[in-house]
Structures are given as structure tokens and as C-alpha cells.
Design a protein around this ligand. Structure first.
Ligand SMILES: Cc1cc2nc3c(=O)[nH]c(=O)nc-3n(C[C@H](O)[C@H](O)[C@H](O)COP(=O)(O)OP(=O)(O)OC[C@H]3O[C@@H](n4cnc5c(N)ncnc54)[C@H](O)[C@@H]3O)c2cc1C
Length: 460
């Protein structure tokens, strides 16, 4: 029983009788498990949780919500749950049981149901020498990631995941199931590819896969005291590299956890990570200037492309975290100094990780048919701390805010997927793009039945 929930969902047995999946209220034992997001710091207390199994289940939940004046918040893993606003009048719609995947080897594409995580696709795709445009975490939800843009290790050459989507099946607020693509409902198809989950509840998504079996990738690891020379060296290097390499400069404060390998456990480090699509010889020549910095550890090697999904070593088990990001229009040396002052060795930061990802290349290119995602900057920052207690949460949030303020002179709107604090969608877009998104919201969900993190508000 969850004492924080006061609203009572009506006619729940009627809804249950219509679902293949389940519906839980706070007095049900399963409610306590289903309300947990991957980010354990999100305290979700909706009056009703629907665990759907089919697209028709989604239709039933949407119709029920409309009939009883409730709202619906779709959620896969809950990696993005910290940014959700209150669920007091909402049904939390969990898609976790919808894990079906079909790989079309000849057509080089995948169809993934709403609750799939990245490894559901990367593993079967690898058996056919194909890769997807996943991000740095193996168990982030494909739908949430892609609807927010989706930026990973291949993004500078292959673009955002949202722009490799070929079709989306979704239920709109009127309870209708659509299959949309570039020709059918093109405005909605544009908006949802980058504008997030405000426009409908996705039941399945189809996207392109790319041939690739190997990649040259790894980490260069240095003690945190060397942050300035390493991060300045990395920044200068990023100004010279081709789009076939994506890299990250990162400051890590690793906890003394058993599952962290002994030489790194409990240490404070500065790290360069990179993935290059080319041969070992080319890769070695490319990273030679970084190797000249003299890393304490060097893991660069040719690896199966399927291992890229774990290169960043993101945590897979649920954790309580507090994080947020910034997007930098450009990243001069002064921006690196500001980053080091607030995240580096003498900053007093408590954060687990503070990173700068090099973007640009195909990420920023607007090609015909691109979706609404906007990552026009040169670097994107993301910082996160472990938040086991309210005090740790407050400290992490303050540390993240400090980095964001220091980077303010170079910052533009935030990147949707790296925004982990609640706030409307207007913080993630330029005003013109946001106005267009609002028109689509107005047309498909003027009453805001669908609840998303970073909601797009209707035009009126
Ligand atoms: C450890 C970690 C690593 C990450 N790495 C990257 C990265 O490399 N690149 C990157 O771009 N992002 C990355 N992210 C951000 C991540 O892409 C977003 O948090 C994303 O929203 C997570 O999607 P989800 O479905 O797993 O999360 P959820 O919290 O389940 O969903 C987030 C939001 O997506 C929408 N949504 C989910 N399912 C549906 C649906 N069926 N229909 C409609 N809307 C839906 C909803 O608005 C929901 O609030 C990372 C996040 C974490 C925590």
C-alpha cells in the first residue's frame, strides 16, 4: 500500500476485464513493484498502473482514461522518470511486457515493440552483421530514447536514432491506433521523432539497421589531477577528427563498489572514450595524439560492434540518480576550463560522472525527412550523481547546477534526452521548433491526456 496516493481510480474491474495485461491499484501487492522506475529516485504514486501487453490494451487504457477524466503516462524502463511531473491524476502505463522484436535482414531494419530495451535488438541484429543507433546504455528503452532524439556512438556519421525511424505505430488521445510514416500523418511523424512522448502512446517502432561487424574503440584512463591537460588535449583533437569517430571526455569519481575492477575501484579519474569506424591501423593513427598524453591505462582495440552498447559502462541495475545536461553551441578552451573548475579535481564535486560528448557531424545536419530533434551544438554535457538519500540527492543536484551555470556562456537549449529534471518541453527546443510542436500537440491531444516528461503544451 502506498500511503502517498489519495486519488481513487473508478471502475478498475471493468478496465481489468478488457485487458490482456493487468491493472493495479495501491492496495495490490504488485503495485509496489510496478511503480518503481529504473531511476529509483523517482517516487511514482499514480492511482492506477496498467501493465499492457498489446496495442489493444493501450487503446482500452486511453479510452478508460478519457471516460473518467484521467491522464495516461506511458513508461518503458523509467530511465527518464526523474523528469516526469506529478502522476496524481494519471494512469502509469507500463509497456515492460511488450518485448517483441522482428529483424528484417534483407531490408536491414527492425520492428521493436514499445517495451523493448536496446539489447533486445542489438543482440539478434549482430547475428546478421547489423548494428542499430543505440546509445551508451544497453537497457535504456528503445522508444523513450528514440522519441527524445537518440544520440550514440555512431551518431556523428549516421545521425540521430530518431532520423533512422521509418514507421511508428501509436495510439492517439482519441483512442485510435495509427501507423504513421513520412507519407501518413507526416507532421505527427516529424513531431514524435525528437519531440518526445507528448503526442501518442507508441506501441511499436520500425527503424533502419546498418552493416558493421567490428569497431576500433576503448578508453584512455588518467588520474583526475591531469584533467586540464587531458581535456584540453581532447578538445583540440575533436576539432580535427572525421565524422566516423565519436568521443567523450569525462571525469569519474568511482565508488568503492565490489563490481568495479580493483585498479579503478574508489578512484577519481579523467577518461577519454572513443569509437572509430575503420581499421585498427587507421584508428591507431587517429588516436596517436591522445596516446601521446601517456595514459595510465589504455583499452583501445578492435572489438565486435555489438560490444559498443557497453563501451560507456553505464549501470544496468536500477539506481537512484540525480543528473542533468547542457548543450554547448561551441566549446572553446574557456568552456573546458569552466567544466574543470566545477567538475574537476579541486571542485569539491560529489558527482559520479561529468562528461562532455563531442557532437556535430551528421547529428546537426538537417536532411529532408529529419524529425524534430535539435542537437545543433558542438558538445553536450551530462553530469550525474548517486542519490541514495535526500541529502545526497540535494548535493548531486547542486553540483550539476554548478556545472550548468559555469557553462552558461556557451549553452543553448538543452538536449531532450539529457534533461533529467522536470520542466516543459520549451527548454529543449528553439522557439520556432517548439511552436510547430505545439501545433501538432493541439491537433492530436489538445486536452493533454497524454503525460510525457518535458511535455509539449498545446498551442492554445
Ligand atoms: C544510464 C543512462 C544512459 C543514457 N544514455 C543515453 C545516450 O547514450 N544517448 C541518449 O540520447 N540518451 C541517453 N539516455 C537518456 C535516455 O535516452 C532517456 O532517459 C530516455 O527517455 C529513456 O527512455 P526509456 O524508455 O528507457 O525511459 P522511460 O522513463 O520509460 O521513458 C521516458 C519517456 O519516454 C516517453 N515514452 C516511453 N515509452 C513511450 C511510449 N511507448 N509511447 C510514448 N512515449 C513513451 C515518455 O514520455 C516517458 O516519460 C540515457 C539515460 C540513462 C539513465
Amino acid at each position: 500500500m502506498n500511503a502517498s496516493t489519495t486519488a481513487v481510480a473508478p471502475a478498475v474491474d471493468d478496465l481489468r476485464s478488457r485487458l490482456t495485461g493487468d491493472a493495479y491499484v495501491p492496495s495490490d501487492e504488485a503495485y509496489g513493484v510496478e511503480r518503481l522506475a529504473w531511476n529509483l529516485s523517482a517516487d511514482q504514486n499514480p492511482p492506477l498502473i496498467a501493465v499492457v501487453e498489446t496495442a489493444q490494451d493501450v487503446v482500452e487504457v486511453v479510452n478508460y482514461a478519457r471516460a473518467y477524466g484521467m491522464r495516461v503516462a506511458p513508461q518503458g524502463t523509467g530511465h527518464g522518470a526523474a523528469a516526469l511531473q506529478s502522476l496524481e491524476d494519471s494512469i502509469l502505463l507500463r509497456t515492460t511486457r511488450m518485448r517483441g522484436v522482428t529483424i528484417d535482414v534483407e531490408g536491414r531494419s527492425a520492428r521493436a515493440e514499445a517495451g523493448t530495451i536496446w539489447t533486445d535488438v542489438t543482440e539478434p541484429a549482430a547475428e546478421h552483421g547489423l548494428v542499430a543507433l543505440h546509445g551508451s546504455s544497453p537497457n535504456v528503452g528503445i522508444v523513450g530514447y528514440t522519441l527524445g532524439g537518440g544520440m550514440g556512438w555512431l551518431a556523428r556519421s549516421h545521425g540521430l536514432a530518431a532520423n533512422s525511424v521509418t514507421a511508428i505505430e501509436l495510439v492517439t488521445a482519441d483512442g485510435r491506433l495509427h501507423r504513421i510514416d513520412h507519407e501518413t500523418e507526416p507532421e505527427l511523424f516529424w513531431a514524435i521523432r525528437g519531440g518526445g512522448g507528448s503526442f501518442g502512446i507508441v506501441t511499436a517502432i520500425e527503424f533502419d539497421l546498418y552493416p558493421m561487424t567490428e569497431i576500433y574503440a576503448g578508453w584512455l584512463i588518467f588520474p583526475i589531477e591531469r584533467s586540464a591537460e587531458v581535456l584540453h588535449g581532447w578538445r583540440e583533437w575533436t576539432q580535427t577528427v572525421p565524422d566516423t569517430v565519436t568521443s567523450v571526455g569525462r571525469i569519474l569519481r568511482l565508488p568503492p563498489f565490489e563490481d568495479i575492477p580493483e585498479p579503478l575501484r574508489g578512484r577519481q579519474l579523467v577518461v577519454i572514450e572513443a569509437a572509430y569506424q575503420g581499421t585498427q591501423a587507421e584508428g591507431e593513427a587517429l588516436i596517436a595524439p591522445l596516446r601521446e598524453l601517456g595514459a595510465e591505462m589504455d583499452t583501445f582495440a578492435v572489438m565486435p560492434a555489438s560490444q559498443l552498447v557497453r563501451l560507456h559502462q553505464d549501470p544496468e541495475d536500477p539506481v537512484p540518480g540525480a543528473g542533468d545536461g547542457s548543450m554547448l553551441a561551441d566549446g572553446p578552451a574557456e568552456a573546458i576550463d569552466a567544466f574543470i573548475q566545477t567538475a574537476g579535481p579541486d571542485s569539491g564535486s560529489t558527482l559520479l560522472s561529468a562528461e562532455l560528448r563531442h557532437i556535430g557531424g551528421a547529428i546537426a545536419r538537417r536532411v529532408p525527412g529529419s524529425g524534430a530533434a535539435r542537437l545543433d551544438g558542438e558538445y553536450v554535457m551530462f553530469a550525474v550523481g548517486i542519490a541514495m538519500t535526500p541529502e545526497m540527492h540535494a548535493a548531486a543536484e547542486a553540483d550539476v547546477r554548478r556545472i550548468q551555470s559555469a557553462l552558461e556562456p556557451w549553452s543553448m537549449h538543452n538536449y531532450f534526452n539529457f534533461s533529467e529534471m522536470p520542466g516543459d518541453g520549451d527548454e529543449q527546443f528553439d522557439p520556432d521548433t517548439y511552436a510547430l510542436l505545439q501545433e501538432v500537440k493541439e491537433r492530436f491531444d489538445a486536452d493533454e491526456l497524454i503525460v510525457a516528461n518535458h511535455p509539449i503544451r498545446p498551442a492554445s
